[in-house]
Ligand binder design. Structure first.
Ligand code: NAD
Length: 354
């Protein structure tokens, strides 16, 4: 039996395509975890893997994650993900993008691709010359689509406010202490929105200058990147790396809430239990960070159906993220199960795999 069938993330994938195009040199994996709710949607990662088995592992893990994320966002989309295996120089050519687009098109709408690590909006435009099943294309002012970062930030902002209401009984962010890890597209957007509401911000980035500039602009303070997880605060908002919530990271936390946009924050599922045991309210990452996929999925569906693509509709849908989080936290409170487990079980029910 091939090794990937025993991978924990194999999890009954509906289909996994391994694509090789000799002329362009493209090698890619397209993993479709579930199309139960609609076409499997998820970005394409362009990466050099020392071992191709890691590429398969990444594709399966990320694809399954997209099934959960899309289902919990209430989207009529399933979950999938693609990885393009680059050489050690990271060479990515137009011919490879064309061949990849053709491979997506051959799936006849079962998979819809978008940007992920290593991809640019321009790559999506090139891929779109070979397939209609792409989202995250440049958008006109007032339309859905384009850079997902600001929409992801908007969802996290709503989610943090919901967490503060649930855990601290506060309906305002005035004076709430938030420590933000990562001041990039998502973390920077979250910080700006929170600053407008009077939150007291502590900002950090491995690029010290970036954190300091933003702290100056927003009236917060900057701390070194290796200090932020130990900062005394109400909310710790991770918006940089995954797997930061491990034994050591959780032991350092001095907060009531963890709510941020980074993907795969828990090093292992049992770290959700550790947060729960410490009385820290955790917003499951794939629920709170769905704003970007809500935006680009809506763009895709409007284009497919030939309907107008009003950005206000996207905003309305993103504003529903807190209701899903509240559902998770209420179930967690009443059953005593950690929020990550409750969220996974809900997502599995939604995709027909209870
Ligand atoms: P980005 O590259 O714009 O920003 C990341 C920032 O984190 C950079 O400023 C980087 O210098 C900083 N950083 C890296 N390592 C750090 C560390 N150890 N400590 C502090 N700062 C560090 O990326 P982004 O689009 O803002 O994405 C941030 C996270 O959110 C990623 O985990 C990404 O997978 C996730 N995410 C992003 C989106 C989106 O729409 N962009 C959607 C869902 C999830």
């Amino acid at each position: 039996m091939p090794a990937f069938w025993s991978e924990p993330d194999w999890d009954e994938h509906e289909r996994v395509e391994v694509v090789h195009d000799r002329a362009s040199g493209l090698t890619a994996i397209i993993a479709l975890h579930s199309t139960h709710l609609g076409p499997a949607a998820g970005g394409t990662r362009f990466w050099h893997y020392e071992d191709p088995a890691d590429a398969m592992r990444d594709a399966l893990r990320l694809s399954r994650g997209m099934s959960y994320k899309n289902a919990m966002a209430g989207l009529p989309m399933g979950g999938g993900k693609a990885v393009v295996l680059l050489d050690k120089n990271g060479k990515k050519t137009e011919a490879m993008l064309h061949a990849f687009g053709a491979a997506v098109e051959a799936l006849d709408g079962r998979y819809v691709t978008a940007e992920d690590v290593g991809a640019t909006e321009a790559d999506m435009v090139t891929i779109a010359t070979r397939t209609q099943h792409v989202c995250g294309l440049p958008a006109e002012e007032g339309d859905a689509g384009g850079d997902p970062g600001p929409f992801t930030a908007m969802g996290i902002y709503h989610g943090i406010k919901a967490a503060v209401a649930h855990k601290m009984g506060k309906d305002s962010m005035q004076g709430v202490r938030v420590a933000v890890q990562g001041c990039g597209s998502v973390g920077g957007g979250v910080a700006r929105l929170l600053a407008k509401d009077g939150a007291r911000l502590t900002l950090s980035d491995i690029d010290d200058k970036r954190a300091e500039t933003m702290a100056h602009e927003l009236g917060g303070k900057a701390v070194a990147a290796d200090q932020v997880m130990g900062v005394e605060c109400d909310v710790f908002s991770p918006n940089a790396l995954g797997a930061i919530l491990d034994d050591e990271g959780i032991a350092r936390l001095d907060c009531a809430i963890v709510a941020g946009g980074a993907n795969n924050q828990l090093a292992r599922p049992e770290h959700g239990q550790q947060l729960h045991d410490r009385g820290i309210l955790y917003a499951p990452d794939y629920v709170i960070n769905a704003g970007g996929i809500i935006n680009v999925s809506y763009e895709y569906l409007c284009r497919r159906e030939g309907t107008p693509c009003d950005i206000n509709e996207v905003r309305k849908r993103i504003a529903q993220i807190p209701a899903r989080l509240a559902e998770i936290w209420n179930e967690s409170d009443s059953t005593g199960r950690p929020s990550n487990e409750v969220a996974d079980a809900m997502a599995q029910r939604l995709i027909g795999r209870a």
